[in-house]
Unconditional design. Structure first.
Ligand code: UGA
Length: 433
C-alpha cells in the first residue's frame, strides 16, 4: 500500500520504517529538515535498537522516502498522524497543536478514498472533532484512530509484532484498509479490536494509566517496606506469582518517566475534569505524586549516605535516560535526581551510554562523562538511576578500586545487595533492608 507517516520522532520514524519493512511504499514527513536529512541517509536521529537496520534496508530498497513537504504525501492511500502531544508548559493538558497542524496541512492533499489514521495519544473526543472537520473539508476521505503501544527500546519489535491492534473507526471500509496495512500481523493471529473513536482513544490512555498505577503501587509498597524493614523485591515476586497481578511493571525504584506515562496520566485527569467526571480518576493525582516522591527519596538517601549533606561531595550518577536502551531524557527521573543533587551543591558527574547529548542540551550546568570509569573515579557516592545492562553488570570489586568511598544507592533495585556488601560497600536500595 502507499502510506504516509506524518511526524518522524520516536513513534513516526519507527512506524514508517516498519511499514516499509512489511513491503509498503512509505513516505515519512516532518517539519524538521535536519531530522529528515538524517533519516533519508538512513541515520536514525535517536537511539532505538533495531531501527538502524530496518531503516537502512527500507531506504536502500526505495520503499521508504522522506520529505519536509506534506504535498509529497498526496499519493498515499493511508496517512498516519504520528506527531507528539507533549504536556503544555505549566498545565496538565496535552498540546494538540502538532496534531491539528499536520491534520490541516494534509487536508488539501487527500486523494479520493484516502484514510487518515491518528496514532498520536490524544484526549478523548479529539478524533470525533477531526472527523467532523474532515466531513466538511474533505468528505471524500475518512478517519480512523489506531493507538500505538510501542515501548522505547523495543519499538521495532512492538510495531512489527504488536500484542494487539485497536481500530477506532466509523465504518467497515476504514477497518478493511487498516487490515490491509497490518495484514502480516493479522495473519500471525494478532488480536484485533474494532471499536468507536472514543474507545480507541481511551484504550491508549487507560493502558498507560494502568501501567503508571502499577508502578506507583509498588513504589508505595517500597515506602512501607522502608518503614518496616520488609523487602519490596520479595514482596513483588510473591504477589507477582498471582497470575491476576503478574510480576511485570512491579519494579520499585526511582519511578516512571519519559514522554508518555507522566504526561498521559496528567492529560487524562485533566480531560476527565473537563468532562465533569474528574473524581473517577482522581487517584491518578496520587499516582503522579507517589512517582515524583521517589525522586526526592533518592536525593534524601544520598544526603543520608553522606552524613546529612551532599554539599561539595563527589557523586557519580549512573544514567540520565528515563530507561535503558533509550536516549530519551524527557521527564527522566534519573536526570531529575542529578539536577537536584547538583542544586544542593554536590559535585555531580553523570554518565549514560546514550542520553548524554540530550541531557546536556536540557541541563548544560551538569558535568557529564561518557566513560563510566571517569564518572566513578574519586566518587564519595555512586547513585544508579537507570538500569542499563553495563551498570547492572558492574563488578563491585573493580568499581571499589575507582571510588573514594564504597557507598552506593541502587535507585532501580537491580544490584545484588549481598554481593556489594561482601565487597565492602555500604548499599542502599529502595524498600530493601
Ligand atoms: C510506555 C508504555 O509502556 C507503552 O505501552 C506505550 O506505548 C508508550 O508508553 C507510549 O505511550 O507511547 P515507554 O514510555 O517507552 O512506554 O516506557 P515504559 O517501558 O512503559 O517505561 C516507563 C517508565 O516506567 C520508565 O521510566 C521505567 O523505568 C519505569 N518503570 C517501568 C518502573 O519504574 N518500574 C517498572 O516496573 C517498569
Amino acid at each position: 500500500m502507499r502510506i504516509s507517516v506524518i511526524g518522524c520522532g520516536y513513534l513516526g520514524a519507527v512506524h514508517a520504517s516498519a511499514m516499509a519493512e512489511l513491503g509498503h511504499d512509505v513516505i515519512g514527513i516532518d517539519v524538521d529538515a535536519r531530522k529528515i536529512a538524517q533519516l533519508a541517509e538512513a541515520h536514525p536521529p535517536f537511539h532505538e535498537p533495531g531501527l538502524p537496520e530496518i531503516l537502512a534496508s527500507a531506504t536502500a530498497s526505495g520503499r521508504l522516502r522522506f520529505s519536509t513537504d506534506i504535498a509529497d504525501a498526496a499519493d498515499a492511500e493511508v496517512h498516519f498522524i504520528a506527531v507528539g502531544t507533549p504536556q503544555q508548559p505549566g498545565r496538565p493538558t496535552a498540546d494538540l497543536s502538532y496534531v491539528d497542524a499536520s491534520f490541516e496541512g494534509l487536508l488539501p492533499h487527500l486523494a479520493d478514498g484516502a484514510l487518515v489514521v491518528g496514532k498520536s495519544t490524544v484526549p478523548v473526543g479529539t478524533a470525533q472533532r477531526l472527523a467532523e472537520r474532515l466531513a466538511s473539508a474533505a468528505p471524500h476521505a475518512s478517519l480512523a484512530w489506531n493507538p500505538e503501544f510501542l515501548r522505547e527500546g523495543f519499538a521495532v519489535k512492538d510495531t512489527l509484532e504488536p500484542d494487539r491492534l485497536v481500530y477506532g473507526v466509523a465504518d467497515a471500509e476504514a477497518a478493511d484498509l487498516l487490515d490491509r496495512v497490518y495484514q502480516a500481523a493479522i495473519d500471525a493471529g494478532t488480536p484485533r479490536i474494532v471499536t468507536d473513536y472514543a474507545t480507541a482513544e481511551l484504550v491508549k490512555v487507560a493502558a498507560n494509566a494502568f501501567l503508571a498505577t502499577k508502578i506507583s503501587f509498588i513504589n508505595a509498597m517500597s515506602e512501607i517496606a522502608d518503614a518496616t524493614g520488609a523487602d519490596v523485591t520479595a514482596l513483588a515476586d510473591a504477589i507477582g506469582h498471582d497470575a491476576r497481578i503478574g510480576r511485570r511493571f512491579l519494579n520499585a525504584g526511582v519511578g516512571f518517566g519519559g514522554g508518555c506515562l507522566p504526561k498521559d496520566i496528567r492529560a487524562f485527569a485533566a480531560r476527565a475534569d473537563e468532562l465533569g467526571v474528574g473524581q473517577s480518576i482522581s487517584f491518578l493525582e496520587q499516582v503522579d505524586q507517589i512517582n515524583l516522591r521517589q525522586r526526592q527519596r533518592v536525593v534524601h538517601l544520598a544526603e543520608d549516605a553522606l552524613g546529612g549533606s551532599v554539599y561539595e561531595r563527589r557523586i557519580a550518577v549512573l544514567g540520565v535516560a528515563f530507561k535503558p536502551d533509550s536516549d530519551d531524557v524527557r521527564d527522566s527521573p534519573a536526570l531529575d535526581v542529578a539536577v537536584s543533587l547538583k542544586g544542593l551543591g554536590a559535585d555531580v558527574v553523570a554518565t549514560d551510554p546514550a542520553g548524554i547529548e540530550n541531557a546536556r542540551s536540557r541541563h548544560p550546568q551538569l558535568t557529564y562523562s561518557a566513560s563510566v570509569e571517569d564518572a566513578l573515579r574519586g566518587a564519595d557516592l555512586v547513585v544508579l538511576v537507570t538500569e542499563w545492562r553495563e551498570y547492572r553488570d558492574l563488578d563491585p570489586e573493580a568499581v571499589g578500586g575507582l571510588v573514594a568511598a564504597r557507598r552506593i544507592i541502587d535507585g532501580r533495585n537491580v544490584l545484588d545487595p549481598g554481593q556489594w556488601r561482601a565487597a565492602g560497600w555500604e548499599y542502599r536500595g529502595m524498600g530493601r533492608p
